[in-house]
Design a protein around this ligand. Structure first.
Ligand code: FES
Length: 150
């Protein structure tokens, strides 16, 4: 057995120790990036990729649109902030294009990530959406409300 100087043995161990640490760090970083990538991928996946067909108007009976609230149709939301004042919006959340699912008090709610929009003008009242719900034209024909179809 050849005896290495003590300093040489320490240097060999230090080099191999660095190599092991480097490999372990690389594995850890790779695992972290992979996990994060999966997380981001899952977060960015819209649950409903449908966008409103802006050529298709929808109708609803005015009695089905509560005052101070609204009704969600297939592609649009019709609201009635005050009696007789009907407003229309796309039902597709501008955040990641889920369909909004409920009108809660004076907010139109997207339950995918929690964005909320004001029934008066579609403006964002709670994120993460940074964009308002797009407005849609509304026509009142007697007791029938037509929305969209512009
Ligand atoms: S799609 Fe994310 S909050 Fe609506």
């Amino acid at each position: 057995m050849s005896a290495k100087p003590v300093n040489q043995n320490l240097a060999d161990e230090a080099v191999s120790g660095v190599d092991r640490r480097t490999v372990l760090k690389g594995v850890g970083v790779t695992a972290l990036v992979g996990a994060t990538g999966l997380g981001l991928s899952a977060c960015t996946e819209p649950r409903d990729t449908g966008r409103p067909d802006e050529g298709e108007a929808e109708t609803v009976d005015a009695a089905e649109v509560p005052v101070g609230s609204g009704t969600i149709l297939d592609n649009y939301v019709v609201t009635q902030p005050t009696e007789g004042d009907f407003r229309g919006f796309s039902a597709i959340c501008p955040h990641q294009f889920c369909k909004v699912t409920v009108v809660k008090q004076t907010n139109i709610v997207c339950q995918c990530h929690g964005s909320e929009f004001d029934i008066n003008d579609g403006s964002v009242t709670a994120g993460p959406s940074l964009e308002p719900l797009p407005e849609a034209p509304v026509t009142v024909n007697g007791s029938t409300i037509e929305v969209g179809g512009a």
